[in-house]
Design a protein around this ligand. Structure first.
Ligand code: 5GP
Ligand code: ZN
Length: 116
């Protein structure tokens, strides 16, 4: 996708702080972190959001989930972390290339959502 910012990051056209890369997955630190550990894992091949995932995406998304745990430990979240996949308008997704946020560090995180 020519104008997708995360595709540009995968291609190296936009700089990023890489955490991990293989033939299917790219992981990099969020530019505007919400916690001491905050990186994202993305499939290298463009998919707009979690709502667009199909059976063909199972290998890469499964790999991302297992990597999330390994990389969270590597980055300093050995006692737990939070995984967030904002999806679509209701999920307040800003970048339309599916991405798995991994958020953690040493401090206990705030509640996931505020109850109304
Ligand atoms: P969303 O709200 O779509 O789940 O989150 C998008 C995330 O991507 C945000 O946390 C934002 O800080 C991050 N982000 C947006 N543009 C860039 C960029 O160019 N580089 C990096 N490293 N992160 C970005
Ligand atoms: Zn993309």
């Amino acid at each position: 996708m020519d104008n997708c910012i995360f595709c540009k990051i995968v291609r190296g056209e936009v700089p990023s702080r890489k955490v991990y890369e293989d033939e299917l997955v790219y992981a990099f630190h969020d530019i505007n972190p919400v916690a001491p550990v905050h990186f994202m894992l993305i499939p290298k091949a463009h998919v707009a959001s979690m709502a667009q995932l199909e059976a063909e995406h199972e290998p890469v998304m499964g790999r991302i989930m297992a990597l999330a745990a390994r990389l969270a430990r590597q980055e300093g979240s050995s006692e737990g972390f939070r995984v967030i996949v904002n999806t679509g308008r209701i999920g307040r997704q800003d970048v339309m290339h599916v991405h798995v946020h991994v958020i953690g560090g040493t401090e206990v995180l705030p509640p996931m959502l505020v109850r109304r």
